[in-house]
Ligand binder design. Structure first.
Ligand SMILES: NC(=O)c1ccc[n+]([C@@H]2O[C@H](COP(=O)([O-])OP(=O)(O)OC[C@H]3O[C@@H](n4cnc5c(N)ncnc54)[C@H](OP(=O)(O)O)[C@@H]3O)[C@@H](O)[C@H]2O)c1
Length: 262
């Protein structure tokens, strides 16, 4: 019998796909959320076959302001208590702020910030009532520093870090924990979506595998840790902005993220 049910957003690829796999291998039933229905269907079938858990999916665009409520209502209808909420869905955009499409920036905020907040609000209330639950939010090393040329993305991930730590503190003693995991550059579809494949820094670092990030993230969540940063280099990258002047950190980040001249 499954232990509990976990809802994972952004389960159609990358880190979210792997988190769903780790949770299923531990015996958790799954509710999988993302836009690409085919990917979700295939993953649900695979998890049911491989790990003998129940996996359902909801294909939804999290930029839709009604998305979180629709997900919540669909789950209520099926009477599935969610004990683990993984807010993983997210994307970034790379390039000069003034040159990029406003819509993409707004969609990033809607996905990375607004949907995450709405889902947390809806599901955390029920968790607190039951006195039981774990919330895992996916931030980034970008959470720790302003990111010229990825200004909106870094700001959205700074929100995820700050929000998670604050909510964790509020929920202390309720039986509900909040963990924020802040990965560094990871091998997934992220860089294709963000258009960062040409970023010189990416060619110089070893990308961590999504499966490894997922294992670290789930372990941190089960230990009810506040913050987890996978990998030593990423831990150092996240620590430096807290030791150095923000102006200098922003300048360094600008050099790293500056698009190459064509
Ligand atoms: N890869 C990295 O280097 C890295 C580093 C630090 C943090 N992160 C964070 O890790 C998380 C997972 O990203 P990833 O690396 O695994 O990238 P990914 O492979 O591109 O996965 C992103 C997931 O988010 C979903 N998603 C994106 N926009 C959505 C929307 N509007 N509605 C519903 N779902 C949406 C995608 O599904 P659909 O396209 O099917 O909707 C996909 O499942 C993100 O929050 C990202 O910011 C990534």
């Amino acid at each position: 019998m499954a232990l509990t049910t976990a809802l994972v957003t952004g389960a159609s690829s990358g880190i979210g796909y792997e988190i769903a796999r780790v949770l299923a291998s531990d015996g958790h039933d799954l509710v999988l959320v993302a836009r690409r229905e085919d990917n979700l269907r295939q993953l649900a079938h695979y998890l049911e076959r491989e790990y003998k858990v129940k996996a359902v999916y909801i294909a939804v665009d999290l930029t839709d302001p009604q998305a979180a409520q629709r997900i919540y209502d669909a789950i209520q209808e099926q009477n599935i208590p969610i004990d683990i909420l993984v807010n993983n869905a997210g994307f970034g955009t790379w390039g000069a702020f003034t040159a990029s499409y406003t819509d993409r920036d707004v969609e990033a905020i809607e996905t990375n910030v607004i949907a995450l907040t709405q889902l947390t609000k809806l599901f955390s209330r029920d968790m607190v009532k039951r006195g039981l639950g774990k919330i895992l939010n996916i931030g980034s090393v970008s959470s720790f520093m302003p990111g010229p040329y990825m200004a909106v993305y870094n700001a959205s991930k700074a929100f995820v870090l700050s929000f998670s730590l604050a909510l964790r503190s509020e929920l202390k003693g309720t039986g509900v924990s909040v963990t924020v995991v802040c990965p560094g550059p990871t091998d997934s579809e992220f860089h294709q979506v963000a258009g960062t494949l040409d970023l010189p820094m990416l060619k110089q670092v070893n990308l961590m595998g999504s499966a490894q990030v997922a294992r670290i993230a789930v372990r941190a969540m089960h230990k009810r840790k506040a913050v987890e940063i996978p990998g030593l280099l990423n831990k150092i990258t996240a620590l430096l902005p807290r030791l150095l002047p923000t102006r200098f950190v922003t300048w360094v980040t600008k050099q790293v993220l500056r698009p190459p001249k064509r």
